[in-house]
Design a protein around this ligand. Structure first.
Ligand code: SIN
Length: 290
């Protein structure tokens, strides 16, 4: 377990962008192979701030992948096809022909798989002139700010997480939802596990802190009905996304966000109906939550 010590940074500059989470990092050129000392400080900044941002980067799918591979193996999306030449890179594209966007509800990535993604790197390729920002929320704070009684109850609870459980999909499966839309390609998940049971409060394997593990994929609580689960789920989602737990990032082309799915949720804002937004996403494998 990595101990968080407030060491000064020697290789990077870290500027927090909000009170609860999020920091912009200055210094590294992510297209270059970075020395371990720089990577160590980036890891420290990620663990301290949960989501970090780099601007002015010149990344191709190949160099973005090379940077991502320094953090672990690449997690493939069970439902969405990657780029033809780079299957590990998911192009998130929304054009004026698309009404809904990808990622437009609060979630952490691939929470429904047996080993949800540890981290995600999202690179801005084409950004609307206004809009298309992304929000993140701090799930450590969401857990720690609950009453002791609620924390005790949640500590023993398991949740059922489903890949096809998305409130903004109008009750449709992903396949039905994306049918006839050309901007993103859906694939059959095949044998990949897309329904998993995980603890609703998870312990971060590197910081040892507990975080509320809720999000759009959490369908109901184990040993309860969906009707019994719903009021508590609604409360937890509303609580976890209180504005004071969040940060918001204004994208530019050449910006990269790197977030820790083990202690955050995120939400892509759909407020640019007449413009195109293109992002390249790479997701890094994680562990089974405990
Ligand atoms: C996602 O959910 O990974 C997409 C986030 C975004 O496009 O801002």
């Amino acid at each position: 377990m990595l101990e968080i010590v407030n060491r000064p940074y020697r290789h990077i500059e870290v500027n927090r962008i909000a009170g609860s989470l999020g920091a912009e990092i200055e210094g590294p050129d992510l297209s270059q192979p970075l020395p371990d000392a720089v990577l160590g400080e980036i890891r420290q900044a990620l663990l301290e701030n949960q989501v970090i941002f780099f601007r002015g980067q010149k990344l191709t799918p190949a160099t973005q992948l090379a940077f991502a591979r320094r953090w672990g193996e690449i997690h493939l999306h069970p439902y969405m096809a990657g780029m033809d030449e780079f299957p590990e890179v998911l192009e998130i594209r929304k054009t004026p022909a698309d009404k809904k966007n990808f990622g437009g509800s609060w979630h952490s990535d691939q929470a429904f798989t047996a080993k949800p993604a540890m981290g995600t790197m999202l690179f801005g390729v084409e950004i609307p002139s206004a809009g298309g920002d992304t929000l993140w929320t701090n799930l450590y704070l969401a857990y720690e700010s609950l009453s002791p009684g609620m924390r005790r109850m949640l500590d023993g609870l398991q949740g059922v997480y489903r890949g096809d459980n998305f409130s903004d999909h109008d009750g449709k499966t992903r396949k039905e939802f994306y049918k006839g839309k050309t901007s993103m390609k859906v694939v059959d998940p095949g044998q990949t596990q897309t329904v998993s049971v995980h603890p609703v409060v998870r312990t971060h394997p590197e910081t040892g802190r507990k975080a509320l593990f809720v999000g759009g994929h959490l369908h109901y609580f184990e040993d309860m009905t969906q009707a019994e689960s719903k009021p508590l789920l609604d409360f937890l989602m509303q609580h976890a996304t209180r504005p004071e737990f969040t940060c918001r990032f204004r994208w530019q082309s050449g910006a990269l966000a790197f977030w820790d799915n083990r202690c955050t949720m995120h939400f892509a804002i759909n407020d640019y109906p007449a413009e195109t937004r293109v992002m390249h996403r790479v997701t890094i494998c994680g562990d089974a939550p405990f």
